[in-house]
Design a protein around this ligand. Sequence first.
Ligand code: KG4
Ligand code: ZN
Length: 347
Amino acid sequence: MVVLGLETSCDETGVALYDTQRGLLSEALYSQVAVHAEYGGVVPELASRDHIRKTLPLIDRVLCDACLNKTDIDAVAYTSGPGLLGALIVGATVARSIAAGLGVPSLGVHHMEGHLMAPLLSDEPPGYPFVALLVSGGHTQLIRADAFGDYRLLGESVDDAAGEAFDKTAKLLDLPYPGGPHVAALAQTGDPDRFDFPRPMVKHPGLDFSFSGLKTHIGTCIKQLSDADSLDEQARADVARCFEEAVVDTLLIKCRRALKQEGVSTLVMAGGVSANRRLRERLAEALGKDGVQVIYPAPSLCTDNGAMIAYAGALRLARGERDLESPAVRARWPITELVPPVNGEAA
Ligand code: KG4
Ligand code: ZN
């Protein structure tokens, strides 16, 4: 079964073709970073419009790259949430229109399930059960997965997500949007011992996270440096490095706790922040010593992409799942089906 996957939940148009026999056939990604950069964050209306412009050409491209025709598509999967409403509607409309035109099924996919499944696209996918650390711009979650579709939320951020903390720190350091990769690059030359930023909620029992206080500490630290006229390039790198260490330490402590609590020895990382090199290295090294296998996807599969949606969609379609509800418009609609107003509501 060849599944066309569309991801349009935020600022990336991701399209891919996944074959249940042959694996990933082709994928294409268009990033809207340049569109939103001057605003310092995603502008929803601009995102929707850009998805409209890019989705169809990208579909043509993945078909061409895979040497397939539209008629070779057996089903269409698309991100149906969570995400920006207008952006989601674009993907859903395109997906459902193509599926209707071809007479094949369509299916809305949960964006975070897509991220969760991305590491399984590797040549050596992890077995169940595993604990997943999902760290993206909007979510920080620890999830126990016992089978495909069988998930239990172990903990999550009570305020900012880890990616959001990276993006806000980037803003405080005058770095461009999206901040994560820029903070990570700057941190490479920073001194990890210069500032002692808090590791939020690690002393609290449980598996929830909180990153908003950390941002306040960074803001105060930057202001003090700037007031003392010592916010030079090295100081900025030191802030970035100490911030990154604080986030990585916090995530590591909670992952270790979750694995111990659940008696599970496989950790899967996914979501944009899992592209962070320091996080990948520290988790692999520290948890490796505990006998834990740490699995993370290639960086291109960590951030939003069409492959994860095509793949998660293929797994659900294979179980017989389909979009059920009919679209909000109808080709045939007798006027007699309109319900009369009750109790003299009519004007
Ligand atoms: O999963 P994703 O592409 O989109 C959402 O579903 O949110 O994640 C985007 C987030 C952004 O906050 C971005 O700054 C962060 O992932 N990110 C990183 C890195 N690459 C992307 N954060 C830290 N280090 C990175 N290398
Ligand atoms: Zn995402």
